[in-house]
Design a binder for this molecule. Structure first.
Ligand SMILES: [Mn+2]
Length: 295
């Protein structure tokens, strides 16, 4: 199992220009993966790409890419020329992901993030998404990239709110490169049983996001951590568990999607405190998985 940290823990913004330093910082805290937003990859200078790849190699850190699509990238849209354009954009993104030597792209990468204009079209949208994803799955396969569709809560999308809905879509697409990202926060809102959600995703589980119920670093809280760890081990999940704490106020993380309206970090937390808390949370998560494996 690999363990990852999302860049937004160390920044109040989704994206930054200090990825090489953050890759080193992730490794110092014990993480195997740094997860970054996709946007800047599309027009990133080759020198920065080279610096990121060198930092990954020097620190033995793998880069994961994530994000949520807008209207132009919406693979589920019913306008056929628009959908084809979105597929071409997705292929450009795949090339950009391959350029930084990443092999996972995860998020709301099947529809439009927070667009609720035509929920009555849900079934038709899913059929359009399946057509798009079959083509993207083939392109992703050529580049060795897993396209992980994030199941999100009802306030972020009407397309995939449960693992069962995502599993139905991946079965319909039937591509080994189109998989599922489950996030414990979204699942806590929508699923009847968080462990069962993992079992439903089963061998299509491509990525897993964790945090507490209020999106702090993973740690003791009312979430059924032991059951979740048990299910991850039972389905043979052995990719990456990424931490996605949304704890920073005042930047794009808070104001553009994360909805952080109060301080979620201890008062006067220093950079060293952030790193120490991340390492402690990593110990918590690793302990759960090891315990489940020993049972
Ligand atoms: Mn997530």
């Amino acid at each position: 199992m690999k363990y990852g940290m999302c860049y937004c823990y160390w920044s109040k913004d989704w994206e930054g220009t200090n990825y090489p330093q953050t890759i080193e910082r992730a490794r110092k805290c014990g993480f195997d993966v740094l997860e970054i937003f996709y946007g800047r990859l599309l027009d990133m200078a080759q020198t920065e790409v080279d610096d990121i790849k060198a930092a990954c190699k020097a620190n033995d850190v793998e880069l994961y890419i994530c994000g949520g699509f807008g209207a132009e990238e919406d693979l589920s849209q019913l306008d056929e020329p628009g959908r084809k354009h979105a597929v071409e954009k997705a292929k450009e993104l795949l090339a950009a992901i391959a350029r930084v030597d990443a092999h996972n792209f995860s998020g709301i990468n099947y529809g439009c993030w927070c667009d609720f204009s035509h929920p009555e079209n849900k079934q038709k949208n899913l059929e359009a998404a399946a057509r798009s994803l079959r083509e993207i799955g083939a392109a992703a396969g050529d580049l060795g990239i897993s396209w992980n569709m994030e199941v999100v809560n009802r306030f972020e999308s009407y397309l995939l709110n449960t693992a069962a809905e995502a599993r139905a879509l991946t079965d319909e697409v039937d591509s080994s490169n189109i998989n599922i990202l489950l996030d414990i926060f979204h699942g806590m809102i929508e699923e009847d049983d968080l462990a069962n959600a993992i079992r439903i995703a089963g061998d299509k589980l491509g990525h897993y996001h964790v945090g507490t119920n209020n999106r702090r670093l993973p740690g003791p809280c009312f979430l059924p951590w032991k059951d979740v760890a048990r299910a991850l081990v039972d389905v043979g999940y052995d990719k990456t568990i990424s931490f996605e704490p949304l704890v920073r106020s005042g930047g794009t993380v808070a104001l553009q999607g994360g909805h952080v309206w109060r301080e979620m970090l201890p008062n006067d937390a220093t950079d060293d405190d952030l790193d120490r808390m991340a390492t402690e949370a990593l110990g918590f998560m690793k302990g759960l998985i090891e315990e489940a494996r020993e049972q």
